[in-house]
Design a protein. Structure first.
Length: 299
C-alpha cells in the first residue's frame, strides 16, 4: 500500500494526515502552530512514522510559488514573524527526503473541491474561506492560479455599508478591505460577541452577507467562475448562504444572464462538498502531484 502525507498549515494550528493511495485518511492529528523550531520536529516525527512517498502542503501565506525563484516554497510576508521567510517546502524535503508539493491553503482546498467535492468537472471555480481571515483559491482550466504572486481575494476593497456601526475595518494593511470588515475577528470587534454566538436575525448577518455578496459579484464579473464555494468557520451559520445568494442576485441587477442567476444562485454559491476536509484533501492531492512529476526511475 502506498501512503502519502498531507499538511494543512494554518496560523493557529497544523493539521497533519496520512492517506492511502485511495485518499482514505489513515491517521490525522493536529499541533498548535508555534515557532518553526518547536513545530517542525513535531510534524517531521509524525510523518516519519509512515513510509510516505510524497508530502503535500496547503499553507497559510503569502508564499513564493514561482518555481524558478530562489525563494520558491517559502512563506514570505506573514505577520507570524517566526515563520517569515521560512522555507517550509525545502525544510520538509530535506527532513523527509521525498518529493514535496506546496500551494496556498485555499488553492489546495479549491483543487480538492474540483477533483472530489462540489465543483467536480468544472473548469473555473473559486473557493473562499471566511474564518480568522478571508482567502480565496482560484482554479482556472483545472489549474490553481498563481500569476504574479497568488490571488489574495480576501483583501479586495468593498464598499462600507451605511448600517455598519464600525467606523474602520481591522485589516492592518487596508482597514476597510473585505477581510477587515467581514472576517471572524472583525465581526467580533464590531459586536463584542464572537461570530459563533451571534444568533440568526442579528443585524450582524445583514452586514456580513452584504460584504460577502460584494465579493461574489466582483468574482463573477472578474473571471466568471462556474461555481463559488464558501467555507470556513463563519459559514457554519447555515442561514448565511441564502442571504448571500439573494444579495448577490440583487446586486447583479440582471446584468449576468445565466440560468444559474435566474435560479437564485442556489447551486452556484454553495458550501464545500468536502465539508471541513477540503484543505487536507487538497494537500493530499498536492502530494500525489509532487510524486507524479518525478521522473519514472526516481519513483
Ligand atoms: P481559521 O480561519 O483560523 O482556520 P475557522 O475557519 O474555524 O479557522 O474560523 C474561525 C472563525 O470562525 C472565528 O472568528 C470564529 O468566531 C468563527 N466561527 C467558528 N465557528 C463559527 C460558527 N459556528 N458560526 C459563526 N462563526 C464561527
Ligand atoms: Zn486587507
Amino acid at each position: 500500500m502506498r501512503v502519502y502525507g498531507a499538511l494543512e498549515a494554518g496560523g493557529t494550528k497544523m493539521v497533519l494526515a496520512v492517506m492511502d493511495e485511495h485518499g482514505t485518511i489513515r491517521e490525522q492529528t493536529s499541533v498548535p502552530t508555534r515557532t518553526p523550531n518547536e513545530t517542525m520536529p513535531e510534524m517531521v516525527d509524525f510523518f516519519r512514522k509512515y513510509p510516505i512517498r510524497a508530502l503535500g502542503i496547503g499553507c497559510f501565506g503569502p508564499l513564493d510559488l514561482n518555481p524558478v525563484s530562489v525563494a520558491y516554497g517559502r512563506i514570505t510576508a506573514t505577520p507570524k514573524l517566526a515563520w517569515r521567510d521560512y522555507p517550509i517546502l525545502q525544510a520538509f524535503e530535506e527532513a523527509l527526503d521525498i518529493p514535496v508539493g506546496v500551494d496556498t491553503d485555499v488553492n489546495a482546498a479549491a483543487i480538492a473541491e474540483v477533483k472530489l467535492g462540489a465543483a467536480q468537472g468544472l473548469d473555473i471555480c473559486l473557493y473562499v474561506t471566511v474564518g480568522t481571515g478571508i482567502g480565496g483559491g482560484l482554479i482556472i482550466h483545472g489549474k490553481p492560479v498563481h500569476g504574479l504572486v497568488h490571488p489574495e481575494i480576501g483583501h479586495i476593497s468593498v464598499v462600507p455599508l451605511p448600517a455598519d456601526p464600525m467606523s474602520q475595518g481591522c485589516c492592518p494593511y487596508h482597514g476597510n478591505c473585505l477581510e477587515g470588515l467581514a472576517a471572524g475577528p472583525s465581526i467580533e470587534r464590531r459586536w463584542g460577541i464572537s461570530a459563533k454566538e451571534l444568533p440568526e436575525g442579528h443585524p450582524a448577518w445583514e452586514l456580513e452577507s452584504g460584504y460577502l455578496s460584494q465579493l461574489c459579484v466582483s468574482a463573477m464579473l472578474s473571471f466568471s467562475p462556474e461555481k463559488i464555494i464558501l467555507g470556513g468557520g463563519v459559514m457554519q451559520k447555515d442561514f448565511l448562504l441564502p442571504m448571500i445568494r439573494e444579495k448577490t442576485v440583487h446586486a447583479l441587477h440582471g446584468y449576468v444572464a445565466h440560468p444559474a442567476v435566474d435560479a437564485g444562485l442556489k447551486d452556484y454559491i454553495v458550501e464545500p462538498g468536502l465539508a471541513t476536509k477540503s484543505g487536507i484533501m487538497g494537500a493530499y492531492l498536492l502530494a500525489r502531484q509532487a510524486e507524479n512529476i518525478l521522473p519514472e526511475d526516481d519513483k
